[in-house]
Design a protein. Sequence first.
Length: 258
Amino acid sequence: MQAAELFKLKDRAALVTGASSGLGARFADVLAANGAAVALVARRVERLEQAVQRIEKAGGRAVAIEADVTDHAAMRRAFDAAEAAFGCVTVLVNNAGVAHSDRALELTEQGYRRVIDTNLDAVFFWAQEGARRMIAAGQRGSVVNIASVLGFGVAKGTAAYAIAKAGVVQMTKALALELAFKGVRVNAIAPGWFVTEINRDYLMSEAGRSITREIPVGRFGQDGDLDGALLLLASDAGAFITGATIVVDGGQMIALRG
């Protein structure tokens, strides 16, 4: 079988959270470029509409859906809207997330809950809702959770974030175990340092550039470096993969583990 056939997503409906910018916007572009109709979900609807226009200009199909991932009613409306546009969502990418830089002793309860609610709790409930709908529709599907290398190792000022991402790794295994026989695969991608509009200024500073010394390939992640992992887990190319977390970090975890 040719690779193009193995990885194709034609006739699939996908939903990407946190799709207004950064990795989420890239995920939506890649899924659409490989045949999926994509529902882009985020709070910044203007940015979503720009992304939809970009996808449609390239020949893809997409729809913008405004939703806060921590709002369960908005979550259900988002799935309803995606289904109305493209049918049952069979590829769900749980990408939405927030970061923080507070040290543990200064981290407020509100700040902690904000990170956990978005990066962990919302991932579970969107995966749960997506899986329920796939099963009810008699469809096989794939859930791809976005974890982080900070789910395996920690850095100062990332306590809540690291806790949440470690939870996503374990959640992925737990959901995969329970949903595999129902036809729903659940996997995760754990990116290392990737340059996005949120962290670009820091990573391009002298302090940020020093981080590259910890990355064996000698650079930060760039557009395209996650495409292969995403397409593997979303498509039939990964039909026998579930409960896995693919680390995409330029070898950083190898260096940390020794």
